[in-house]
Design a protein around this ligand. Structure first.
Ligand code: GAP
Length: 444
């Protein structure tokens, strides 16, 4: 229980920091907010874009066998009939007769008791479809209904042949896409963890069936490497949860989970999807979705191995992992005994990688050109207001790994002090080697 309270306390601090520093905050706040929708402020959008770019580089740009796609959010409604979403994408929900609130049945802590008011009067479980509905065209009737995509992968299956031909790819190869997905979640919760609008980063890998489990293992390992080596999340805070119950067409499925302050939560799924999607789209579109394998002189549906993660959940995991409070040597930096709130974000994704801090406004003539030069190479901020101690704290809270302080000595020795967020060291570095020095640290 104490641990849970600590977790809750930690989570509240993270949510509060995110709002205070403009990382993420409730959408439409002046109207009371909209449950399950979150906006990303200046620092948040930069973090999100950096993670997105890291994923794209790792999954697409650094590989010869994965192609990119950016499809529309609204697709032909039959896509969702074929995928099974319109018939089966639902959660079982119960309503509380007394307080009128609605809950997912599988999330009730004790079955038959309302978690909000304690009433025992809950309705029988009912199916609740999670697809978000809209209309295309001026007439709002059933004929014009369309759906906001609930996952980004379906258009990848639909566009398989277009991409394959355009990119002159042969099996095995993958198609990757980053984009918005929408789910009318019954209980959005845990900050951005379960949202109604979120970003998915998915890659569908098309291969021969008899090679599909090798590819499954390959992608499992690759995705683990992404979290531990690229995003530098410590291994003990991640685990793999193998699914015991599999869809009838699947040979394997697993979740990569992160230890959030509120408990372990899924950040990614690696799924063997068999030939289900391709055969269903053939059935519903009446187009041939099979692949002709010249080497084997065979025609068959490609088997699909999927890696599917949520960008918002990864950002939240990174923030939860990075959040820390310490009693670092604050006196040295002009502050008394205060607690330092710091985000130990890896430089690759930190919203600001380098902050240029002139000790005095009188040094702006020297500091401003330096800031402009560094900005070409790094995500750089400039801050001249407040005591240097306060400015370090501001950067710590945002997760800035390196602060470059320009002082009066800089005018004569042509050097600056580089302060390291994590080691809390300060090193004097000559201006002539500053870029190379920072490059070594930021892109290490
Ligand atoms: N195409 C397979 C698929 O969509 P999923 O397990 O439903 O699989 C994949 O979703 C990932 O999308 C999850 O691991 C999670 O990171 C993210 N995700 C799913 N629902 C989400 C939600 N309501 N809010 C934020 N992220 C979500």
């Amino acid at each position: 229980m104490a641990e849970q309270d600590n977790g809750q306390d930690r989570m509240e601090k993270i949510v509060s920091l995110c709002k205070r520093r403009g990382l993420m905050f409730q959408s439409s706040e002046i109207y009371g907010g909209l449950n399950g929708f979150w906006d990303y402020g200046p620092a948040g959008v930069t973090l999100r874009r950096a993670v997105e770019q890291a994923w794209w580089t790792f999954m697409v740009e650094d590989r010869d066998n994965v192609e990119g796609l950016d499809s529309t959010i609204i697709c032909h409604p039959r896509v969702w009939k074929a995928s099974g979403h319109l018939d089966k994408f639902s959660d079982l929900m119960v309503d509380c007769v007394d307080c009128k609130r609605r809950f997912r049945e599988d999330q009730l802590e004790s079955p038959g008791v309302c978690p909000a008011c304690g009433s025992k009067k809950l309705t029988e479980p009912r199916e609740f479809n999670l697809m978000m509905k809209t209309f295309v065209g001026p007439v709002f009737d059933e004929e014009h209904v369309a759906w906001l995509r609930a996952e980004t992968c379906q258009p990848i299956f639909v566009d398989f042949n277009q991409v394959r031909i355009a990119a002159r790819q042969k099996l095995p190869f993958g198609i990757a896409q980053i984009g918005k997905a929408f789910r009318n979640e019954i209980n959005p919760r845990f900050f951005t963890f379960r949202s109604r609008e979120f970003v998915q980063m998915e890659m569908e890998f098309f291969c021969r069936d008899d090679e599909s489990m090798q590819w499954f293992d390959f992608w499992k390992d690759a995705r683990w490497e992404f979290y531990t080596k690229v995003l530098r999340i410590p291994e003990p805070r991640l685990k793999i949860h193998w699914h015991e119950k599999l869809a009838h067409y699947a040979k394997a499925a697993l979740d990569i989970e992160f230890e959030f302050p509120f408990g372990w939560g899924e950040i990614e799924g690696v799924h063997h999807r068999g030939t289900w999607d391709m055969s269903r789209h053939e059935e519903f579109s009446a187009q041939d979705m099979k692949y002709f394998d010249q080497e084997r002189n065979e025609r068959y549906y490609p088997t699909v191995v999927e890696t599917s993660c949520g960008l918002d959940r990864i950002c939240l995991a990174l923030l939860c992992n990075a959040y820390d409070e310490d009693m670092a040597d604050t006196k040295k930096e002009g502050k008394d005994e205060d607690v330092r709130v710091v985000l130990h974000l890896p430089p690759l994704v930190a919203p600001v990688q380098v902050a240029v801090l002139p000790l005095s406004k009188k040094l702006e003539e020297k500091a401003d050109p330096l800031f402009r030069a560094l900005r070409r190479r790094f995500r750089t901020a400039y801050d001249v207001t407040g005591s240097i101690g306060k400015r370090y704290r501001r950067q710590d809270e945002l997760g800035t790994p390196f602060c470059v302080t320009v002082d009066f000595d800089t005018l004569s020795d042509h050097a600056v002090t580089v302060r390291n967020r994590d080691a809390m060291t300060q090193e004097r570095v000559g201006l002539d080697r500053l870029e190379t020095y920072l490059d070594g640290l930021v892109h290490a």
